[in-house]
Design a protein around this ligand. Structure first.
Ligand SMILES: *[C@@H]1O[C@H](CO)[C@@H](O)[C@H](O)[C@H]1NC(C)=O
Ligand SMILES: *[C@@H]1O[C@H](CO)[C@@H](O)[C@H](O)[C@H]1NC(C)=O
Ligand SMILES: *[C@@H]1O[C@H](CO)[C@@H](O)[C@H](O)[C@H]1NC(C)=O
Ligand SMILES: *[C@@H]1O[C@H](CO)[C@@H](O)[C@H](O)[C@H]1NC(C)=O
Length: 446
């Protein structure tokens, strides 16, 4: 009976150890979305089969704690797909919203068996770890896919364009050019001006500039991937569209690329995607748009490090001094990027592809995407993450130690019992052993 108890303690320790040490390795994907909230880079949904086969949206949902360092060869993802209500989707628009910008808002995207019963908007509360489907006032916009959204500092989420297809419940493939605005604090829908709006498209990139202008770049129009000489600017403060003809080294036409705002807020960095022929890797997959003066000027940055194969339908987020790229489909080689790319953009005169992420070189404020909440919610999150990390370390350490001690004690116990010698010493050992086990028993309530 006692031996069984010891054995079960051992087993429990072993299971705990296994659960904590075994890293979660997500299936490679594309057309997923990503959101950075506090110290967590969340990845949501996406397809995980070849684009030529069936539509395969996933219910995957996981995050990376960016307050700890890691290597691209071993990324410590944490699985959240078991959180009740995680939607199964792909190609959706995702942005951080709510009063503290700590709620994930997921709009539209492609779903299996689309119907009006499937919620158009899901929210995930980063602090409570809960999915919701909020009731939103106003006229509900139609579901569409391959959209990009941004949220401004008043909590408004701007959702432009996208396409209709089987996955959105439509029978034919058509494009959209309306801009829906979701107030993520007041939970109401409105629609932006259509005057001078860009032509209907999906798979463009959208970047919110510090002056409240959203820059929409490229995308897929009826004729295919569109040129990058003309970009669309939407003024969120005055509800006005403008088309700008850019100058400089205009990058190749493209769609399904990403764009991020540079660290000094003076440039947009675009990356990846495909041009007219998907199979030919895009020339200058990494290009920069200098936004200091009008018209904005394109240039090709200096790049060092090992240049990775060009992805499309990937994600890109600024995390500290890095642009973090996750997954995506590599059309030129017909495979799904299984990993993450990290571009160090801290030196404007030379960007560097690196393999490891160092959180220590970052000021804490750069880990926080929302300046408003920096005084309250974020430091708490920092503490929380650090203490969680420490706790996991302590648990792993304790488990390992108790496994070894238990095994050793059990071995010693048996060995002495079998030989039936050195009675006194045996008794001492057994007492020690009992002490260890009783500690264990108390801890694990065996
Ligand atoms: C990543 O790898 C480098 C060299 O391979 C090593 O020096 C570093 O400690 C590793 N970092 C982490 C977080 O594993
Ligand atoms: C953030 O702070 C600015 C100025 O302090 C304020 O105008 C703005 O409304 C705040 N945004 C949110 C979402 O609280
Ligand atoms: C797509 O389907 C939705 C929902 O049935 C509908 O409201 C919308 O008008 C359709 N759009 C097109 C372009 O057919
Ligand atoms: C590229 O590097 C050279 C040499 O360091 C520098 O003179 C030049 O300005 C850099 N170009 C860009 C676009 O940063």
């Amino acid at each position: 009976m006692k031996l069984f108890c010891y054995f079960s303690i051992l087993l429990q320790n072993f299971q705990l150890f296994y659960v904590l040490v075994k890293a979660y390795t997500p299936t490679p994907r594309y057309a997923h979305s990503a959101a950075l909230i506090g110290n967590k880079l969340y990845i949501l949904g996406g397809d995980n089969d070849s684009p030529t086969t069936q539509f395969t949206p996933t219910k995957d949902f996981f995050y990376l704690d960016i307050s700890v360092g890691f290597n691209t060869s071993n990324i410590p993802w944490t699985d959240l797909s078991n959180v009740v209500g995680t939607p199964k989707q792909s190609r959706a628009a995702v942005s951080a919203g709510g009063p503290n910008k700590d709620i994930i808002f997921l709009f539209g995207g492609g779903v299996e068996n689309p119907s009006s019963d499937i919620p158009l908007v899901y929210t995930f509360d980063n602090l409570k770890n809960v999915w919701n489907t909020p009731t939103i006032k106003g006229i509900k916009p139609p579901r569409r896919e391959y959209i990009k959204s941004v949220t401004d500092d008043t909590g408004k989420m701007y959702i432009f364009g996208g396409s209709y297809n089987i996955e959105t419940g439509n029978s034919t493939w058509t494009f959209e050019n309306r801009m829906d605005i979701l107030d993520t604090i007041g939970l109401t829908w409105s629609i932006a001006s259509q005057i001078q709006a860009p032509t209907p498209r999906d798979a463009f990139s959208a970047t919110l500039l510090p002056n409240g202008i959203i820059a929409n770049i490229g995308g897929y129009v009826v004729a295919g991937p569109t040129n990058l000489r003309e970009i669309s600017l939407y003024d969120t403060k005055n509800d006005v569209w403008e088309t700008m003809t850019t100058v400089g080294t205009i990058p190749e036409v493209r769609a399904h690329h990403t764009s991020v705002l540079g660290l000094n807020n003076d440039r947009i960095i675009i990356y990846g995607g495909f041009s007219a022929n998907k199979k030919i890797p895009i020339v200058h997959d990494l290009s920069v748009l200098d936004i200091r003066n009008k018209p904005y000027e394109w240039f090709i940055p200096n790049i060092s490090g090992i240049i990775p194969p060009t992805p499309s339908r990937h994600t890109a987020n600024i995390v500290g001094r890095y642009m973090i790229v996750t997954y995506g489909f590599i059309f030129s080689q017909e495979y799904i990027n299984p990993s993450m790319y990290i571009l160090d953009i801290s030196d404007d005169s030379e960007y560097k592809w690196v393999k490891s992420f160092d959180p220590n070189s970052l000021p804490v404020s750069s880990l926080n995407p929302n300046p408003n909440s920096s005084s309250n919610s974020s430091p708490n999150q920092n503490e929380h993450s650090i203490s969680t990390g420490t706790m996991i370390g302590v648990i792993i350490g304790t488990s390992l130690a108790s496994i070894l001690i238990t095994m050793f004690a059990l071995m010693v116990y048996r060995w002495y019992k079998k030989r039936n010698m050195h009675m006194q010493f045996q008794l001492m050992e057994i007492q020690n052993y009992r002490l260890i086990i009783s500690n264990e028993t108390r801890r694990l309530k065996c």
